[in-house]
Design a protein around this ligand. Structure first.
Ligand code: PFF
Length: 445
């Protein structure tokens, strides 16, 4: 098994974490929950819960040096074989990838149109977006195929030549584009307004829903509960300081979300557009703003959407990798075969997701009142990821020999750090997530 270099791992894990969750979702959710107070809650969720589980996955992966199932079994107290069922989480990644690839396809459409057809009015922009996702099945299929093909091509090349390399190229480029956009937004009068929107807390909009949205976003943005961090850590050399590495990744991820928020809100406020525009924020509000800025606007539009593609592709490859490692190790098949199985699965599920949003097929592809796209989103982020996170924390807190993990920690950090983490993983994390889950299914209001 080839391995990541330390910097390769940091970039790949950061590449996984930094994605549409940071640049598309974080700003619009922050906008919907009124700004600053939500940002504070989100930062606390990252610090106390997200980072705790991130480190947990890193420990299991580092210790197991294998796929999710095998790593759980190997680390459990009596090597209890039942822990292999924890491997279900690798399929969560494939489901997320199915609809994530479709959204990346929408973005590809905006990359192509940024030089030709930026809409000048919100109404027109809204109608164009609506038309794309509900009528334009042909284009969407082409986009989805392009994205899925790229993902498969990259992972086929393996950890070092595929995943590490693409991250070594795209992550610095992404950083550069975001830096350029940040500098540009700094020149706008509205920048200070964006800063105060994001950092002055208005607690009136913080309710149970907001707390849960912040926690859900913390999971999603750090790529937790799908075995990605675990699988990547299994390809990191055993004496690496995984605590320091985990903290670096969480820091990079959080900084990029904040920077994306500052850029987008500066743009919105400059044009006097509302901050609470929901998921259409980057697809409807931003293109109209860009079109008002002439040629410069077109360049900015192109850079912005390309940045989203770069961020998204590095996340997409990380969603498929856990399943590849799982198939390779458990069924002893080649990487090519594993890629064929996982690739076909997510490609087909993606087509189902894509068609379920269209006018022609939405009725057939609606289940339990949700179209297949929304159902996949709901099942993964509200059910499967939290369950995997609870399982991971309960596993480490109660079913693994404490001394074994303690030794791993104290190779790199003082005992006090271990004690804090152990307390969080045993009590705080499972409790917080159970409350999240019960609230989602409506038992706690
Ligand atoms: N962290 C990614 C984002 O913020 O867009 C999403 C993600 C990547 C989720 C990888 C799950 C995963 F395994």
């Amino acid at each position: 098994m080839t391995r990541f270099s330390r910097i390769g791992f940091i970039l790949a894990a950061a590449g996984s974490a930094v994605g549409l969750g940071n640049i598309w979702k974080f700003p619009y959710v922050t906008g919907e929950y009124g700004g600053g107070a939500f940002v504070i809650v989100y930062l606390l969720a990252i610090l106390f819960i997200g980072l705790t589980i991130f480190i947990a996955e890193a420990v299991i992966g580092q210790n197991g040096q294998s796929d999710v199932s095998t790593s759980f079994v190997n680390l459990s107290k009596s090597k209890n074989k039942n822990w292999k069922f924890a491997g279900f989480m690798v399929f969560t990644g494939l489901i997320i990838l199915s609809f994530y690839s479709v959204v990346l396809g929408w973005i590809l459409n905006y990359v192509f149109t940024s030089f030709s057809a930026l809409p000048t009015e919100a109404k027109v922009a809204g109608a164009a977006f609506e038309k794309l996702i509900s009528n334009d099945i042909g284009s969407l299929l082409v986009y989805h195929t392009l994205i899925a093909g790229s993902v498969v091509y990259i992972v086929l090349k393996g950890i070092k030549e595929g995943i590490e390399k693409i991250n070594l190229i795209l992550m610095p480029l992404l950083g550069l584009i975001l830096f350029g956009l940040l500098i540009y937004s700094l020149t706008l009068d509205s920048f200070s307004q964006a800063v105060s929107f994001m950092f002055s807390a208005d607690w009136s909009k913080i309710n149970g829903d907001a707390l849960l949205a912040a926690l859900g976003q913390a999971f999603f943005t750090l790529s937790l509960g799908v075995g990605t961090i675990l699988t990547y850590s299994a390809s990191l050399s055993e004496n690496t300081n995984f605590i320091k590495t985990s903290i670096s990744v969480a820091l990079v991820d959080t900084s990029i979300a904040i920077i994306a928020g500052l850029i987008i809100f500066s743009f919105l406020f400059e044009a006097g557009a509302p901050s609470a525009a929901g998921p259409g924020l980057v697809f409807i509000s931003l293109p109209v703003i860009f079109s008002g800025w002439g040629v410069l606007g077109q360049v900015i539009a192109f850079s912005f959407f390309i940045a989203l593609i770069f961020a998204g592709i590095t996340s997409a490859v990380s969603m498929i990798e856990p399943s590849l490692r799982f198939f390779i190790e458990r069924f002893n098949i080649t990487r090519a075969k594993a890629t064929l199985i996982s690739g076909t699965t997510f490609y087909i599920l993606g087509i189902v997701a894509l068609l379920s949003m269209s006018k022609s097929f939405s009725t057939e592809l609606t289940f339990f009142g949700k179209n297949a796209f929304d159902l996949m989103d709901f099942m993964t982020s509200s059910v499967l990821m939290p369950i995997a996170a609870i399982l991971t924390s309960v596993f480490l807190g109660y079913f693994v020999d404490k001394q074994t993990i303690q030794d791993k920690f104290t190779q790199h950090v003082p005992l006090a750090v271990f004690n804090i983490w152990y307390f969080l993983i045993r009590y705080i994390v499972p409790l917080a997530i159970v409350v999240l889950l019960l609230n989602k299914v409506g038992i706690i209001k």
